[in-house]
Design a protein around this ligand. Sequence first.
Ligand SMILES: NC(=O)c1ccc[n+]([C@@H]2O[C@H](COP(=O)([O-])OP(=O)(O)OC[C@H]3O[C@@H](n4cnc5c(N)ncnc54)[C@H](OP(=O)(O)O)[C@@H]3O)[C@@H](O)[C@H]2O)c1
Length: 349
Amino acid sequence: MRPGAVHLVVRGFGFGQDVAMKAAVLERLGEPGRFIMREVPDPAPAPGEVVVEIDAASLNARDAWIAATPGRVELPAILGSDACGRIVDLGRNVEGAARGDRVLVYPALYWGTAEDTPAPEWEILGVPHQGTFAERIALPVENVRPAPARLDNFEAAALPLAALTAWRALVTRGRVAPGQTVLITGAGSGVATFLVQMAVTQGARVLVTSSTTEKIDRSRALGAESGVLYTDKEWPEKVGPVDLVVDSAGAPTLEVVFRCLRPGGTYVNFGDTIAGEAHFDVGDLYWYQYNVLGSTMGSPHDFDVMLEHVTGAEWRPVIDSVYPLEELGDAFRRLRAGDRFGKVVVTVG
Ligand SMILES: NC(=O)c1ccc[n+]([C@@H]2O[C@H](COP(=O)([O-])OP(=O)(O)OC[C@H]3O[C@@H](n4cnc5c(N)ncnc54)[C@H](OP(=O)(O)O)[C@@H]3O)[C@@H](O)[C@H]2O)c1
């Protein structure tokens, strides 16, 4: 390791010792956390792994939560679950990939073979393993896919975690169907912008909730029909009845969602941005035969089907802003900004 390079306590898939790469290393927790550009050991591919030279990476709520929450990570650490880049090195026994391939990362590690739930040992890329806010990363070859050629590097890097989560919640779990009315809550979020575009492409009538009329208008530009402010206490009556609600606010939505679901309708939750307990009438649950479902990220099959959808679709990921990796702290500040709409991306190298 070169003098001045930091020792990382994260697990890497294959770290060499001699050459150094640059990474935005989280050295102190906070909002946004203190990220410093450091030289760290260069990844070397173990058997079955590839090394990806990263062109762009994107931020997720998970990264901000880890950087702000004591006990979630041993410092120093490299966060980041999403990336688009090129394969620059191959370990032994790698098949189906070659140097120069333009790829995306599939950010669920060790999902296993079941479709309904991941294996107990599954992990999300980026803590405890090295994440993507770095020049290079070594990954199992099963965790890379060809990047959709119609998207640029920023758009492709915006996809992995958020578009996978959106696809599983909406299609695999929610079973959206043409002609259905679908409500997406929190329209400005990274995942929600994908949900709106995917639901419209599936032939659904899409409604949204948001905190500002500006973000509702921007959702309409993506194909949503209309929206209401979730700050309005009567919002469920103003949007209902709907067939499917896809939500990540959590408690505040679950508490009132039966007021806007049609009997037999489905509520899918994939997050609790507003943490807490929800109270609802169990009598309503069984009498009106509601489906209440949880969803998290997605299987390798979900990822492949999502990429097939993206490849054939016309919509493009919504990029709110792009920052150089050296300004990762500012990128995290932007992620928290009230007027942010869509994904925040960093350009690497
Ligand atoms: N389970 C999984 O696999 C998975 C994957 C990705 C994300 N998540 C979780 O899902 C959530 C969203 O992720 P993200 O990356 O898309 O987050 P994000 O971009 O940070 O967005 C959070 C959004 O929450 C919305 N919101 C806040 N209070 C709300 C309320 N009372 N009702 C409805 N919406 C409300 C806001 O929408 P407006 O801006 O429109 O006001 C905001 O944009 C986070 O909690 C994240 O941890 C889970």
